[in-house]
Design a protein around this ligand. Structure first.
Ligand SMILES: [Zn+2]
Length: 367
């Protein structure tokens, strides 16, 4: 019990510090609270013990101990209640301070956090376009809500979380979309030039991502794009004629100018998939702590036999939702086993952005 009290108090102090306020003028007294709840009670209890026999001594002692424990529990509850009350006051003060636009001088206690970092620092996405921010954990500011797939940080709020995410709200060429009414033409095949490569697997908090060694390319309409990474969504973000798939793999490529081309490989339930198993075999135990695999991976193995595809211009499907992304969605899905699906499901049961407006965009598809 004493230990839990000792734990609660530093928590309160840390929370008060986070609240960015000067220390409370009437702080809760950790020492007295501790005293109330433990030492005097146990000391007096010991003195009172004058048992006439061993048996009654044992039963009396256990009764006493139970009473002491009950008293300690009560004291802890009272302290917790006081902490909660104090926290609500601190939060209210903080909210009121934020509401007042006039800056006020604040004398920071020595343990208070430094000035918060600007929001733009923490902008990152799972499409490998801002690897510096993704690599450095220092960027994340806990003062702000981070984007996610549900709740306050969910897709409908992405544009509001950060000025850099404006496109998520106002963009007219966003992804994913429901792919339908494509124009059937003789699309040039995508020229895949993939080879066995080293890879590492990272759980970035939004998906499982595989970073691939250099030297893997696609060529589309005369432009070379190099494969940077691939990652998964469940269910598939894109739909085809309204149909959603169990999962999708997004293979993110970048050309010399930094323009992105993403190959989407739809995934349905079926036979097990050796490349997916290779990824799962190297799943990291901790988020943002990449596992360097000892084997190589040939990305050709994730492609369907038939290479027909849909293509349209869209965006990143994660903040900052940048547009100008060339999407290449393979028509033929590949299969993974129910067990392999279940493994991803445990980590990310739902990490798909909802369907976005097509806004009259042209979709082309292989004949
Ligand atoms: Zn993606």
């Amino acid at each position: 019990m004493r230990r839990s009290l000792a734990l609660l108090l530093p928590m309160l102090l840390a929370l008060s510090a986070q609240a960015n306020d000067p220390p409370p003028s009437k702080p809760i007294k950790p020492a007295s609270a501790k005293e109330e709840s433990s030492s005097p009670a146990s000391a007096s209890a010991k003195e009172e013990r004058k048992p006439s026999s061993k048996e009654s001594k044992d039963s009396k002692e256990s009764a006493k101990e139970a009473a002491i424990r009950a008293k300690e529990a009560l004291a802890a509850d009272e302290l917790a209640a006081r902490i909660a009350e104090r926290l609500s006051v601190i939060r209210k003060e903080k909210d009121e301070a934020a509401a007042r636009s006039v800056p006020r001088p604040v004398v920071r206690p020595s343990y208070a956090p430094a000035v918060r970092k600007p929001e733009s620092v923490k902008t990152k996405n799972d499409h490998g376009t801002n690897s510096a921010a993704a690599a450095g954990g220092q960027a994340a500011s806990h003062a702000n809500i981070h984007w996610s797939y549900k709740g306050e940080g969910g897709p409908l709020n992405w544009g509001k979380l950060n000025a850099a995410n404006a496109k998520c709200d106002i963009g007219e060429r966003q992804s994913p979309i429901d792919i339908r009414d494509g124009i059937r033409v003789d699309l040039d095949p995508i020229a895949f030039d993939y080879k066995p490569s080293r890879f590492s697997v990272i759980d970035n908090g939004h998906t499982i991502q595989v970073n691939i060694g250099a030297g893997n390319y696609i060529n589309v309409m005369g432009i070379n794009y190099e494969l940077v990474q691939f990652h998964f969504h469940k269910p598939s973000e894109e739909r085809v004629n309204g149909k959603s798939f169990e999962m999708v793999a997004h293979l993110v490529h970048k050309d010399a100018d930094g323009k992105l081309a993403v190959v989407a490989v739809l995934i349905e339930r079926g036979k097990s998939h050796s490349l997916v198993q290779q990824v799962w075999n190297n799943l990291p135990l901790e988020k943002n702590d990449p596992v360097q695999a000892l084997t190589t991976m040939d990305m050709s193995d994730i492609l369907p036999v038939k290479r027909d595809y849909y293509t349209y211009m869209g965006s990143l499907t994660t903040p900052p939702c940048s547009e100008g992304v060339l999407w290449l969605v393979m028509k033929e899905p590949v299969e993974i086993s129910p067990d392999q699906l279940a493994i991803f499901s445990r980590l990310y049961p739902m990490n798909a952005r909802p369907i976005q407006k097509n806004s009259g965009r042209l979709i082309k598809e292989s004949n």
